[in-house]
Design a protein around this ligand. Structure first.
Ligand code: IDP
Ligand code: MG
Length: 140
């Protein structure tokens, strides 16, 4: 196991619900360290760039329209095995299939509007963290 950094997003649905504080506290209580945080709204084009790996998927337009529809909160979390562990804390993509107590079960709406994003691999984290934050903004 190694100390890793991972990108997490609080998606527009969860920001609209006003549960940013609950989500941040939930992750912090699992022992992760917050190293960066900002609130912003993506343009459609920026959302398409962030999710370019999904450009051939049938839900790409729906996803990028949703992700640019309102403010989001971007965060970088640090900790042992952070990438896989934060994916576990988030739960399954579809909130209806997510385990009890996971963020998507607690705060997700449906398979598209599922409250949170988390990097799914080291390669994704290496693309996603600098997408939102400069080195100066990562305070370990
Ligand atoms: P993940 O976020 O759990 O890694 P992915 O399959 O990588 O899930 O999909 C990325 C995002 O695309 C999901 O979090 C969700 O917001 C959206 N998405 C996935 N499947 C669907 C779908 O069938 N309809 C609409 N949106 C979807
Ligand atoms: Mg994914």
């Amino acid at each position: 196991m190694a100390v890793e950094r991972t990108l997490m997003l609080i998606k527009p649905d969860a920001v609209k619900k006003g549960v940013e504080g609950e989500i941040i506290a939930h992750v912090q209580k699992q022992g992760f360290k917050l190293v960066a945080l900002k609130k912003l709204q993506l343009t459609k084009q920026q959302a398409e760039k962030f999710y370019y790996v999904h450009r051939e998927r049938p839900f790409f337009d729906e996803l990028t329209t949703f992700m640019s529809s309102g403010p989001i909160v971007a965060m970088v979390w640090e900790g042992e095995n952070a990438i896989a562990r934060i994916r576990e804390i988030m739960g399954a993509t579809n909130p209806e299939e997510a385990e009890e107590g996971t963020l998507r079960k607690l705060y997700g709406t449906n398979i598209g509007e599922n409250a949170v994003h988390g990097s799914d691999s080291k390669e994704s984290a290496d693309y996603e963290i600098p997408f939102f934050f400069s080195g100066l903004e990562l305070v370990g």
